[in-house]
Design a protein around this ligand. Structure first.
Ligand SMILES: *Cc1c(COP(=O)(O)O)cnc(C)c1O
Length: 399
């Protein structure tokens, strides 16, 4: 049996270590830079003899008080209670500006948002050009439960939003990198009483804070740039609405879509370098995007950081940084194959946001993208090395 459902409750934090107040909330102006924030996010108070970030706490059941049984503020069972999650949730919650609930993966978090908010008879709008598993999930599992699923392209046009229960947008969208104006869409949805969730996977909370822009939920895969080492699966949802937070926490406890303590600890450890990793990834993407745009083998290139990009105007208003992912299209599968074989620094792999540059020809997954479309995730290699490698691989096409 589990203990009482109390994960995520404020105050339930004293047992293993005490979380510090977030630097940005403690009044010190010197502590508000991104690098400072990520290094200190969710890190406990300094205690002599203790590690900076205590290791993962492993526990399925925890000791109970033998006579009194489950007590408020005392961990009871690992499906609802874990101090390593709480530390990580403190960190992500600080960065997103809301209460955070972590999940086993991005899809566990997205499905939790969809299934805990939507009821039969509701209408949900999902991105037509976003992560394909999200719209596949909506079409099958939500459709058969009596939810009307509408798809809209990220860049619009959007349908009438006055009767929508939930609008889920993904900005920038994976893999096409279109963006949408979160504040404008949130105003339209809120006018009809609906909710807005933003998939913040590509941007990360350092790139954009959806809750500040009016979204009700920021949901993401932590598997990608947030943790950035291509070694863990993780998801999270953040909100400022205590009822939504309770619904998500309840859903996680009921379904057991929980992150492992070791993954949660690795994630927290990785977030400390998020600012540094993103800075290099974005610089690499900027350089690579120019090489791609100038090369005759490239049919089209998308990177919202380029002034020529259709997403640039909204992205530069709404985002604090542009992710290190560049999407480009070659003539077809043969050209993409040649590119991937000729590049030595570019791993052929799905996912994105990791230390290593990787490239994914999305059509191989049944994504309805052109055969020659490649999503290139720039890693943290030296810019000159990466640019030279990409140029060499492009030159090899048709050679
Ligand atoms: C990868 C991804 C997901 C799913 O995340 P997992 O951690 O793989 O479950 C959801 N949304 C976007 C935008 C993604 O890129």
């Amino acid at each position: 049996m589990t203990g009482p459902q109390r994960g995520g409750e404020a105050g339930h934090r004293g047992r293993w270590f005490r979380l510090r107040a977030a630097p940005e909330r403690s009044g010190g102006d010197a502590m508000t830079g991104d690098g400072t924030r990520v290094v200190h996010a969710g890190v406990p108070e300094a205690v002599p003899g203790r590690p900076f970030l205590p290791g993962p706490a492993f526990g399925a059941p925890y000791h109970l008080e033998p006579v009194l049984g489950p007590q408020p503020g005392v961990d009871g069972y690992g499906r609802t209670d874990n101090p390593t999650w709480r530390a990580l949730e403190g960190a992500i919650g600080e960065l997103e500006g809301g209460e955070c609930v972590t999940f086993a993966s991005g899809m566990a978090a997205i499905s939790a948002v969809l299934l805990s908010v939507l009821r039969p008879g509701d209408t949900v709008v999902v991105p037509a050009d976003g992560y394909y598993k999200t719209r596949a999930f909506a079409a099958s599992y939500l459709g058969e439960r009596g939810v009307t699923v509408v798809e809209a392209p990220t860049a619009g046009p959007y349908p009438a939003l006055g009767t929508v229960r939930l609008l889920l947008v993904e900005t920038p969208a994976n893999p096409g990198l279109d963006v949408c104006d979160i504040a404008e869409l949130a105003a339209r949805v809120h006018a009809g009483g609906g909710l807005v969730a933003v998939d913040n996977t590509a941007a990360t909370p350092l790139g954009q804070r959806p809750l500040d822009l009016g979204a009700d939920i920021s949901v993401a895969s932590g598997t990608k740039a947030l943790t950035g080492h291509s070694d863990i699966l993780l998801g999270y949802a953040c909100t400022r609405d205590p009822q939504l937070a309770a619904a998500l926490t309840g859903w996680r406890g009921a379904t057991g879509a929980v992150p492992g303590p070791f993954e949660a600890w690795l994630a927290h450890r990785s977030i400390g370098t998020l600012d540094l990793r993103l800075a290099r990834q974005t610089a690499n993407a900027a350089a690579v995007a120019e090489v791609l745009a100038a090369h005759p083998a490239v049919v089209s290139v998308r990177w919202p950081g380029r002034p020529e990009d259709p997403a640039h105007e909204v992205a530069s208003r709404q985002m604090r940084r542009v992710p290190g992912v560049v999407t480009f299209t070659l003539a077809g599968k043969a050209a993409a194959d040649q590119f991937l074989q000729a590049a030595t620094l570019v791993f052929a792999a799905t996912s994105f946001g990791g230390l290593h540059t990787s490239a994914d020809r999305r059509a191989q997954w049944g994504d309805d993208t052109p055969e020659g479309l490649i999503r290139l995730s720039c890693g943290v290699e030296d810019t000159d090395d990466l640019v030279a490698d990409v140029r060499k691989a492009l030159d090899a096409i048709g050679a």
